[in-house]
Design a protein around this ligand. Structure first.
Ligand SMILES: Nc1ncnc2c1ncn2[C@@H]1O[C@H](COP(=O)(O)OP(=O)(O)OP(=O)(O)O)[C@@H](O)[C@H]1O
Length: 639
């Protein structure tokens, strides 16, 4: 080859006059090469990111649980007959399914990406560990949710807990080599299992963690046992916290769960609840409270209390309240509890619409919430629809309807779906469900909206839907908290018509700030301030007691001013009050004597022309005047 090339070169150089030549040499032939690392990089990256991936559902679960409470869906469902246990079981199963789906995705992705841990470790152990972890995620989120009132703080804290657990787990494993106490926090135990199984799998010489390695003495076995044990503790803890932690809404039990009282009840039979819940001879807590009550309460309230406490009321009354009191925790440190409702006692008979009025902070909402289980009354006794609120709240919820102050509706459910949901909660038999929903929709005129989503309803339509929810199942006692607040006059009138119609065969308790509404709807009215019932009577009696009587107003020709004034003051009682005295427009207030009003109508009609009266009118004092005469400026936002 060499000689051949040299020969060719000689000829080429000769022919090209030494300008062309052939060069020769050796060069390596291109070949395919790979650089292999001593460890599996995918597995290393995976194990750092994996704890995040398998824990991301934890903050989401906590968030959704706190949100349901914050937005009062849970308490609304409770108030319509759903047991908390049913809610928690349904939520547990839903979250567990979500967690399992996400775990399956992780395992499948791990296998597809060729992570050694998933390839080599026994699949049975992986499935077992991930199943336990899914349950723990749900159980821990339940326990966490009881400590938060706002979903934003719940989200941040649970995220931080996950972050800290992951960061700490790395160092804890090397500090406590043979000590497993820190597995008590199941996040550490699970991350330990992940890291250990991965560590075994990435070792090229090892066959991975297998079933026969999973026995007492193995640290992975110990961590798994810790996870199982802690899971049961978490479930018990969640049940206990649910019962005792005071939430913003909903009743709670004392830390000792009234165990002794339950045992006593088991052995001693059911005591007469009526007699144990209040002391009829001393309805007030302190002498000062009794003194204050004397100043605030009128005779009707005292008579009503006596009637109720001595049992002289109709025992079929759907609402009986005896000495109900509600204290909130002190507003400032080392101060006394804030008493929002003092000893309130009254009974409302069947078919009566009872209006609870009062300035802001009077205690109306607190009283209603104490009755319907949003808060636990500090003391007192109440019987709603025939059942004691302390012992038979489940029965109470099946028989009452509640329309809360703010609509609590799911944006993604239709009108029909809302009503069907609540019909089921109320325990309406399946074959009567549709009819009950139809009736309830017809009551509030929402039939044409039945397939509309709640998010697309106007304020008035949402309010009507809330009223329809309160009416589902035909309850005999309905609570309406400010049913028309924030609605335009047309819608308010429409709702008043609806309420007037449905009030025929039910007892309704309405809280409202609208005197007009109370005047139109209520048969009996209670006015509260400073947590005390100030008066409690029919509209007519309140107007008689607190109204300024009747009001005569007229418009006259200005030149007749003196004659008209003389004429009018001669026909009304002498002790009248002059409200307005202008040349052509005057108003007088007076308490009429028997038959005077009819006489006045005749006299004014007959002498209208003679005295140059252009127009005139007589009206009775309004409920607003009654309210204003009872409630003074310092009654608002009572402290
Ligand atoms: N969750 C609570 N914790 C502590 N104090 C409360 C709580 N809710 C209400 N209060 C206090 O209890 C008193 C009565 O409040 P409540 O809401 O019952 O009045 P209200 O008559 O319904 O007022 P409004 O007409 O403004 O709704 C007020 O002084 C209020 O500050």
């Amino acid at each position: 080859m060499y000689f051949l090339t040299e020969l060719s070169n000689t000829i080429i150089r000769k022919l090209s006059d030494n300008t062309q030549m052939i060069t020769q040499g050796f060069r390596a032939f291109p070949e395919k090469t790979t650089t292999s690392l001593p460890v599996d990089l995918a597995s290393i990256i995976g194990i750092v990111l994996f704890p995040w991936g398998v824990s991301f559902l934890f903050p989401i679960f906590v968030l959704s649980l706190v949100k349901e409470k914050e937005e009062r869906f849970l308490v609304m469902m409770n108030m319509n007959g759903m047991k908390s246990s049913t809610y928690y079981i349904a939520t547990y199963l839903t979250n567990l399914v979500l967690a399992l789906i996400s775990m399956i995705c992780f395992i499948v992705v791990g296998i597809i990406c060729g992570m050694e841990m998933f390839k080599k470790t026994s699949m049975l152990i992986i499935i077992l560990v991930f199943f336990i972890w899914s349950n723990i995620l749900v159980a821990v989120s339940f326990v966490f949710s009881f400590f938060f009132k706002r979903n934003s703080s719940a989200l941040i804290t649970s995220f931080l807990v996950t972050l800290i657990s992951i960061v700490f787990s790395m160092s804890l494993f090397s500090i406590f080599e043979q000590n497993y106490v820190y597995f008590i926090w199941p996040f550490f135990a699970f991350y330990y299992i992940l890291i250990s199984m991965n560590g075994i799998a990435v070792d090229k010489a090892s066959p991975g963690y297998q079933l026969h390695d999973f026995h007492p003495g193995s640290s992975i076995f110990a961590a798994t046992m810790f996870m199982i044990g802690v899971f049961f503790i978490l479930i018990l803890l969640a049940m206990y916290l649910n019962a005792v932690i005071p939430q913003e809404y909903g009743a709670h039990q004392p830390w000792h769960l009234n165990i002794f009282r339950r045992i006593r009840r088991c052995f001693g039979g059911k005591k007469d609840e009526d007699s144990m819940e209040f002391d009829a001879s001393n309805p007030f807590y302190t002498e000062k409270e009794a003194e204050d009550a004397k100043k605030l309460e009128d005779d009707d309230v005292r008579v009503e209390r006596e009637r109720v406490l001595s049992g002289r009321y109709d025992h079929n009354s759907p609402l009986i309240i005896k000495n109900v009191r509600k204290e909130y925790p002190p507003r400032k440190k080392d101060k006394k509890p804030h008493v929002a409702v003092h000893s309130v006692s009254f009974a409302v008979e069947e078919g009566v619409v009872f209006g609870l009025l009062g300035p802001n902070g009077a205690g109306k909402t607190t009283l209603i919430h104490s009755l319907i289980g949003v808060y636990t009354p500090t003391s007192g006794y109440a019987r709603l629809a025939g059942y004691n609120i302390k012992t038979d709240m489940d029965q109470v919820y099946k028989r009452i309807g509640i329309c809360p102050q703010h609509d609590i509706l799911w944006d993604d459910l239709t009108v029909m779906e809302h009503l069907l949901f609540y019909a089921r909660l109320k325990g309406i038999p399946k074959d009567q469900e549709k009819e009950a929903v139809q009736k309830s929709m017809a009551n509030v005129g929402l039939e044409s909206f039945k397939d509309n989503l709640a998010r697309g309803l106007s304020g008035g339509e949402k309010r009507r839907l809330s009223i329809a929810i309160a009416l589902i199942g035909d309850p005999k006692l309905v609570f309406l908290d400010e049913p028309t607040t924030g609605l335009d006059p047309d819608v308010r009138r429409l709702i008043w018509d609806i309420l007037n119609e449905i009030s025929c065969n039910r007892t309704i308790v309405i809280t409202t700030h609208s005197m007009e509404e109370a005047e139109v709807l209520c048969h009996r009215i209670g006015i509260m301030s400073h947590g005390t019932l100030r008066c409690c009577a029919t509209q007519l009696r309140l107007k008689e007691l607190y109204g300024s009587g009747f009001r005569l107003s007229y418009i006259n020709k200005a030149e007749n001013y003196n004659e008209v004034k003389q004429f009018i003051t001669s026909i009304i009682p002498e002790d009248h009050k002059v409200v307005r005295d202008l040349a052509s427009n005057s108003i007088y207030e007076f308490i009429p004597t028997q038959g005077l009003i009819t006489k006045l109508f005749d006299l004014l009609d007959d002498n209208k022309e003679k005295y140059g009266i252009i127009d005139w009118g007589i009206s009775q004092s309004s409920l607003e005047e009654v309210f204003l005469s009872i409630i003074s400026d310092d009654d608002a936002d009572a402290s």
